[in-house]
Design a protein around this ligand. Structure first.
Ligand SMILES: *[C@@H]1O[C@H](CO)[C@@H](O)[C@H](O)[C@H]1NC(C)=O
Ligand SMILES: *[C@@H]1O[C@H](CO)[C@@H](O)[C@H](O)[C@H]1NC(C)=O
Ligand SMILES: *[C@@H]1O[C@H](CO)[C@@H](O)[C@H](O)[C@H]1NC(C)=O
Length: 345
């Protein structure tokens, strides 16, 4: 935990230094994509943070995981939004996004983090793997991000997004399975937001239905926005258990949307809108669950002890049997002196 705080302080300093540079950048520089010359390799040219520290997403592999018994189940307030309220779903040219009311927030983090929007990342119909985070190298079909900002310290998400303690994002893996009626409440509106800058108003629903039932099993680390300007301002919570949507629903996500505007003569399909995993040197991910993490350490230890015990037993037995052979040698062969010398060496 101490190293996390030190990291955060360092990130904060860097952030304030670099923020000045990025604020001076002209607004018309805000052009990026997942393919071509504006693709992720070139993001750092216009957005220096993308080439900086604490970048997301990452791969959750055993070497970086550390069990933390203080991590409590995520406590969500106001997620059950009434039918009478409305969400706005929009296409921003990079993803499909649903704006969330400020009555939704996360209670049990160091600050109150109020909901701002959710959006998705996905692959394409031929390669249905588009999650941003990965577990032991495994990429899931898609990933939902529910973005919250620190409303104790900052008035809105725009002010918070470049502050070290500005954002908290919930990440949810999507896997292929049964039809998911909750996700359909978003997916059924895709035709209305096919093109960039289109919007549609939809009735409220319980957003918690989009989350896995087990809110107590998650990965926690300090990282960044996964899109430019890649500010290292995100306290990440990525749930261990995926939610499921059907093959048909996933196909709709992979094929219904475009990055380009309706009147664009060269339409660009919205596919593979995920960033690749980032370096994870000298950082640790806290995990709220023991099993599968500590277990692998235990198995490794037990295996180690078994091997050592096995080798020791084998060596002892070998010595004994050598001695027996010597004795036998003494019995049957009077000239066994040389053999006995060998066993003593
Ligand atoms: C932004 O626009 C200004 C003038 O409108 C232009 O001088 C500048 O070169 C542009 N910057 C980029 C990065 O395109
Ligand atoms: C969500 O709220 C509605 C009323 O607005 C209620 O009928 C429903 O039971 C609530 N769901 C949960 C899971 O609390
Ligand atoms: C397309 O429509 C947008 C507004 O919806 C407009 O700003 C833009 O100039 C149009 N582009 C072309 C190529 O007509």
């Amino acid at each position: 935990m101490k190293s996390f705080k030190a990291n955060q302080a360092a990130a904060g300093l860097l952030l304030s230094l670099l923020a000045q540079a990025s604020l001076q950048a002209p607004l018309n520089a805000s052009k990026w994509s997942y393919v071509g010359s504006d693709g992720e390799e070139n993001w750092p040219k216009k957005y220096p943070f993308c080439g900086g520290v604490f970048q997301s997403p990452i791969d959750f592999h055993n070497d970086v995981l550390q069990y933390d018994s203080t991590l409590m189940p995520i406590d969500l307030v106001g997620y059950n939004v009434s039918l009478k309220e409305h969400f706005i779903i929009s296409n921003n040219g990079h993803s499909v996004r649903m704006h969330l009311p400020s009555s939704m927030y996360i209670r049990n983090l160091p600050f109150r983090y109020t909901a701002s929007q959710l959006h998705l990342h996905w692959g394409n119909r031929n390669k249905p793997m588009g999650s941003e985070h990965r577990i032991s190298g495994r990429q899931f079909a898609a990933e939902v991000h529910i973005v919250h900002y620190n409303s104790d310290k900052y008035p809105d998400v725009a002010t918070a997004m470049d502050k070290a303690d500005g954002l908290a994002v919930l990440g949810i893996f999507i896997d292929i399975g049964n039809f998911n009626p909750s996700f359909e409440k978003i997916f059924c509106h895709f035709t209305a937001v096919k093109f960039k800058d289109q919007k549609v108003q939809v009735p409220g629903f319980n957003v918690q239905e989009l989350l896995p039932t087990q809110l107590d099993e998650y990965f926690r680390y300090e990282g960044s926005l996964t899109t430019p300007p890649c500010f290292p301002s995100v306290l990440w919570t990525v749930f261990r258990n995926p939610v499921k949507v059907s093959q048909e629903q996933l196909l709709a996500l992979q094929t219904a949307l475009y990055c380009s505007q309706e009147n664009d003569s060269a339409p660009l399909e919205m596919t593979d809108n995920y960033r690749h995993v980032q370096e994870f040197d000298e950082r640790l991910v806290s995990v709220s669950f023991r099993e599968g993490v500590v277990l692998s350490v235990v198995i490794a230890s037990v295996l180690g002890v078994c091997i050592i015990t096995g080798v020791t037993c084998w060596m002892l037995r070998k010595r004994k049997s050598l001695k027996k052979d010597d004795n036998k040698g003494v019995i049957y062969k009077p000239a066994a002196d040389t053999e006995e010398d060998v066993s003593k060496v």
